[in-house]
Each structure stands twice: as structure tokens, then as C-alpha cells.
Ligand binder design. Structure first.
Ligand code: OOG
Ligand code: NI
Length: 453
């Protein structure tokens, strides 16, 4: 019997989802096409250097998706489906706080965590859950109606969940079931055809367009799929030249000549899509809703807590994208300095052509790098940025919505989310740190050093 591994399930799901989204949202196809042109260009210009942050095969296939669900029960089901494909919840993002307008959700990202799985297919899904218990957005009556509506819907067919559990348990599926699983999983994220109750949708829309997108319909859908580019500034120009209006900024660190770090993202505004509506008088009509859009991203090196604190500080001072001049002054311009100042994560290895004159190296990382004993390969940032995510949400909302800051926020945090999912939400820093630490230990061992300091 031919068996399909979790990694291959993930790659197949990502590919099929991308095909479906391309049929649903033709502008996404343009984005993928232009991304590929940009990447080809960088590969020609920079050669092997273009693959410093991942092989071109990885980058070409690389996507992230975004979905939104309504309840902890739905989130647990999502977790079972992604768990089948070797994707686990990493990071807690509180978009309620990061956004200026009403974005009543908390989020995590389901993604592979092992280095070899990431190298194979890093497909990840930014997953948001509505927060009906937050009284700043929902009064008791609306909360009650919303929770009742959500409890009555079924997003995922039982067959899909059973296949998911089997894949998670056995770490693979027989070919036939794998095909069925992928089909059902992709279908679960197709745009719903069922008529939308217009009055209910609009009631929620007055509070928040995101609340309406999640709680106003009886199914869920992929909100966007994001290809990765190696030069996001070039992409921005090319999309604009094609007449596609992009949001006015690239979110994240500014463009500069030093190493790419974290994540830079930009998007084009949600497109009007025809949707069936049921009017208050019961008549059916075709309306149009703007909720799904196109986004593109460039990934850089993962920063340590200290590096991230520096980024957050520069960003807070700029109230958005840090100015390039300030960035240049305050951010190390080489991978070597990022490594030595412990601002970014690397995989360390002994250099094969290291000095062989019988001398023993010291244990300081800076000396080992500078004297050709140890090499440092950047670890790619696999996660998201809350401010950028809030910006992405916000730039695509039809209205500001309403939010009563006179009321106390409902408490939701990473522990709460772990409890809701029934699995620990992992800390991204811990994951990068342990990968780096293992490589430092192996390198020290290979060089006969007690440790690297
Ligand atoms: C998710 C927005 C966040 C990103 O790339 O930061 C996001 C959403 O709109 O559902 O996808
Ligand atoms: Ni996104």
C-alpha cells in the first residue's frame, strides 16, 4: 500500500488550496505570477546568495494562508485538521490590542516546527478566533445571539475529522484516504454558496467587519493566500505598474542594504466578490462583499528576544515602519554582528576548511567566526508580527466598527488559547533557541571545545 506522509499531505493541501483560491480569486494568480518573475530576477542577479534564506524550491512553493473561526470548539477541529499535516499552533497574537479599529479576534499560526519539515514545505496558516465574550465589542444580547448562531453551524464534516485523527495518530495515510482527506480539507475552506442572512450580517458588520465575516455566515473560507518573494520592493512596483492598487505601505522593517530580518508584508485591497444574500423580506438577491484579498511577503532572519525588543522599540518610535536612517544607525548591518551581539538566530557549524595547524581555538563565538572556525547560517523567521497582522486586517475592513473602550477587555492569553485548543501553543522564541542551542553544542563538540560562549 502506498502511504502518504504528513509532510506530503501538507504539501498537497497547500498546492490544492492554492489552485482553488486561484480559481476563486483571479488576482491571486497575478500575484503568484509576478512573485515568480521577481524571484527569477533575484536568482539571476544574486545567484546562490538568493538561497541564503531557503532553497528556491522552498521559496517558490511557499505560502501562508489565513482563516478565521468563531469558537473554541471550531478551533479544536482546525487543530485536528492541521495536526494531521504536521502543523502545530505557534505564537499568540492579540489583534484586539494591536489594531486601532475593531478587530475582535485572537490568533495563532499552525505550522511545521522541525527544521527538515520546514525545509520540505513550510506551509502555515494564520488562524484567528472571534472573541464574543469581549464586552468592548459585543453587548450581552448580541453575544448571546452570536454564540447561538455559531454553536448551530458545522464547518467540518465528520469524515474529514476522522481522517485527520487517523493521519495524526499514524503519521501517514494510505494513498486513497490521503486524496479524500485533501479534497475534504480544501473544500472546507471554499467560499460558501449558501445565501447569507443580510440583516444578521449587517448587524455584526456594524460592530466589526471581521465579526461579520466570521459570525455572519454558516461556513468558513480561506481569507487570503500569500506567496513569498525575495524582493518585495520590486514586487510592489511591478504590481502597481499592472494597475493593481496596493496598500500604501510595506509593513515591517524598512528596505535597506543589510540582512533581511523578520517579515515584510504588503497587500492589495479586498476585492468585491458576488455572494448570495437573503433580504429581510425573504427574497434572494446577489450582493457583493469585500473580505478576501491578496498579500505577499518577504521573510528574513529570526530575531532573538533582544533583537525583537530592538525592532519593537524602533517601530514604536516611528509609529509604524521605522525610518531607514534610524534603522541604519541602530541595527547591525551584517549577519556577523547580528550573531555576535546575539540579536538573531543562526545554525552554527564547524567550517570544513578551518585552520588545521594544531592550534586550539578559544571559546568565544566572535573569535571562532572571525578566525574561520565556525560558520553561521541564518534561521528563517517562520512566524508573524502582530502590528503587521493588525495592519493587514485593518487595511481591508470596510468600516472602523465600534469598540467601547469604557469597558474592561475580556481576558484571553496564550494559556487560555492552549486550553481552548487542547494543545500547548508553542513559543516561537523557544523553538528557534533550541535549534540554535543544539547547533552550538554540536559545533563545540566537533571542535573539541567544552562550550561556545
Ligand atoms: C489575518 C491577517 C494577518 C498576516 O499575514 O499577518 C495575516 C486575516 O486577515 O485573517 O494574515
Ligand atoms: Ni497574511
Amino acid at each position: 500500500m502506498v502511504m502518504v506522509s504528513q509532510g506530503r499531505l501538507r504539501a498537497a493541501f497547500a498546492r490544492r488550496l492554492s489552485e482553488m483560491y486561484g480559481r476563486e480569486v483571479p488576482a491571486y494568480r497575478t500575484l503568484v505570477e509576478v512573485s515568480q518573475k521577481v524571484n527569477d530576477g533575484v536568482l539571476r542577479r544574486a545567484g546562490a546568495g538568493a538561497e541564503r534564506l531557503g532553497s528556491i524550491e522552498r521559496v517558490t512553493a511557499e505560502r501562508h494562508g489565513a482563516i478565521r473561526v468563531g469558537t473554541p470548539a471550531e478551533l479544536r477541529q482546525v487543530s485536528r485538521i492541521f495536526g494531521a499535516m504536521g502543523m502545530y499552533p505557534v505564537g499568540f497574537y492579540d489583534l484586539r490590542e494591536a489594531a486601532a479599529s475593531a478587530v475582535p479576534v485572537i490568533s495563532t499560526a499552525f505550522r511545521p516546527i522541525a527544521a527538515d519539515e520546514l525545509a520540505g514545505d513550510p506551509f502555515r496558516v494564520f488562524t484567528s478566533m472571534l472573541t464574543p465574550a469581549d464586552p468592548r465589542f459585543f453587548d450581552p444580547d448580541l453575544r448571546e445571539r452570536l454564540e447561538r448562531f455559531l454553536a448551530a453551524r458545522q464547518l467540518f464534516p465528520p469524515e474529514l475529522l476522522e481522517l485527520a485523527d487517523r493521519a495524526a495518530h499514524e503519521r501517514e495515510l494510505p494513498q486513497e484516504q490521503a486524496v479524500r482527506f485533501t479534497h475534504l480539507a480544501v473544500q472546507a475552506f471554499a467560499l460558501g454558496q449558501e445565501p447569507i442572512d443580510q440583516a444578521w450580517y449587517e448587524t455584526l458588520e456594524r460592530v466589526s467587519a471581521v465579526a461579520a465575516d466570521i459570525g455572519g455566515v454558516r461556513s468558513t473560507h480561506i481569507n487570503h493566500l500569500t506567496p513569498r518573494v525575495l524582493d518585495i520592493d520590486d514586487l510592489y512596483v511591478r504590481m502597481t505598474e499592472r494597475g493593481i492598487t496596493m496598500i500604501d505601505q510595506i509593513q515591517g522593517p524598512p528596505r535597506w542594504s543589510g540582512p533581511d530580518v523578520l517579515l515584510r508584508q504588503t497587500s492589495f485591497r479586498a476585492l468585491a466578490e458576488p455572494r448570495a444574500l437573503r433580504r429581510p423580506d425573504g427574497r434572494l438577491t446577489t450582493g457583493s462583499l469585500r473580505v478576501r484579498f491578496g498579500e505577499v511577503e518577504a521573510r528574513g532572519i529570526a530575531l532573538t528576544r533582544a533583537g525583537r525588543a530592538r525592532y519593537d522599540d524602533l517601530q514604536a518610535r516611528a509609529d509604524g515602519v521605522p525610518a531607514r536612517s534610524v534603522w541604519k544607525r541602530e541595527f547591525p548591518a551584517t549577519e556577523r554582528d547580528l550573531a555576535v551581539e546575539r540579536l538573531a538566530f543562526f545554525t552554527y557549524r564547524p567550517v570544513p576548511q578551518r585552520p588545521r595547524d594544531g592550534r586550539r581555538p578559544g571559546t568565544a563565538l566572535a573569535d571562532l567566526i572571525d578566525h574561520g572556525w565556525v560558520g553561521a547560517e541564518p534561521i528563517v523567521y517562520e512566524d508573524f508580527l502582530p502590528r503587521s497582522a493588525a495592519g493587514i486586517f485593518q487595511s481591508n475592513l470596510t468600516g472602523q466598527g465600534v469598540r467601547d473602550d469604557g469597558r474592561a477587555a475580556a481576558d484571553y492569553d496564550g494559556d487560555w488559547l492552549s486550553g481552548a485548543i487542547g494543545a500547548e501553543v508553542l513559543d516561537p522564541f523557544t523553538l528557534y533557541e533550541s535549534q540554535q542551542r543544539r547547533s552550538l553544542q554540536d559545533t563545540a563538540h566537533a571542535l573539541g571545545l567544552p562550550e561556545i560562549t
